[in-house]
Design a protein around this ligand. Structure first.
Ligand SMILES: C[S@@+](CC[C@H](N)C(=O)[O-])C[C@H]1O[C@@H](n2cnc3c(N)ncnc32)[C@H](O)[C@@H]1O
Length: 226
């Protein structure tokens, strides 16, 4: 997303965080965009090419229950549903959820307004695939740490967590929103009973290319004592 497109979102983010409401600005931004007063800088209106690449490279049949975190206007959720997943997709911004429903009438995806920082109890450990792209990188501080931990909590035993995020080196400053993740932050998704199957930084298709993490983590099936 070009810098000029991000300026308004960055101002909203700064004001919201300063007011102690780290996620309030998303609804403000989507509502302003719907009124024609702003653009949502990350809304590409197509599935993420890194998700498409992951699906093609998986080398297995897709299916089961999938959850899309911070789904925005729904393109990644629709893509996963098209692969055969029973897909739930959620966003903290009700206007984003309404927009996704409107863009995809009759969709098989269940779109829900919900907060990753306080997810519905019934979602814990319930999904064979959890897909998180670019949500953690727009959060800071305690919200960021909680978001990382909660992604894992949503994965079923034996299930998979797929994470995409902007990448930065430990020594680099995070800069302005979006705030890229370090390797240590990516590894923090592997809390408790997760193992990292794959973690690498790749350069994407954008011009100029952006360095992004792609990570796949699998939740172990913990055998209960007989
Ligand atoms: C940078 S956008 C990325 C959107 C989409 N995942 C993508 O890859 O294009 C982050 C999205 O996460 C949503 N979001 C931010 N914090 C959230 C939270 N705590 N719970 C659910 N959604 C959240 C925002 O409203 C926004 O749609």
């Amino acid at each position: 997303m070009a810098d000029e497109k991000r300026a308004f979102a960055r101002r909203l983010a700064a004001e919201s965080i300063a007011a102690g409401e780290p996620t309030a600005w998303f609804e403000t931004l989507y509502a302003a965009a719907e009124a024609g007063d702003a653009v949502v800088p990350w809304a590409d209106l197509e599935p993420n090419p890194l998700l498409v690449r992951w699906a093609a490279a998986a080398g297995r049949a897709h299916g089961g229950a999938a959850l899309v975190v911070g789904c925005g206007l729904g393109d990644d959720a629709e893509f996963l549903a098209g692969l055969g997943y029973r897909t739930v997709a959620f966003d903290v911004a009700p206007t984003a959820v309404a927009g996704a429903r409107r863009r995809f009438p009759g969709s098989a995806v269940e779109y829900v307004a919900a907060d990753l920082l306080d997810p519905p109890a019934g979602w814990l450990g319930a999904f064979d695939l959890v897909f998180e792209s670019y949500t953690v990188q727009v959060l800071q501080g305690a919200a960021r740490a909680a978001a990382i931990a909660n992604c894992g909590a949503l994965v079923a035993p034996g299930g998979e967590l797929l994470v995409l995020a902007r990448a930065r080196e430990d020594a680099d400053e995070p800069g302005a929103m979006p705030w890229p993740l370090t390797r240590a932050e990516m590894e923090a998704f592997a809390t408790g009973d997760f193992q990292v199957v794959h973690l690498e930084a790749v350069h994407d298709h954008e011009e100029p290319p952006v360095r992004r993490w792609t990570a796949t983590l699998r939740r172990r099936v913990v055998e209960s004592a007989a």
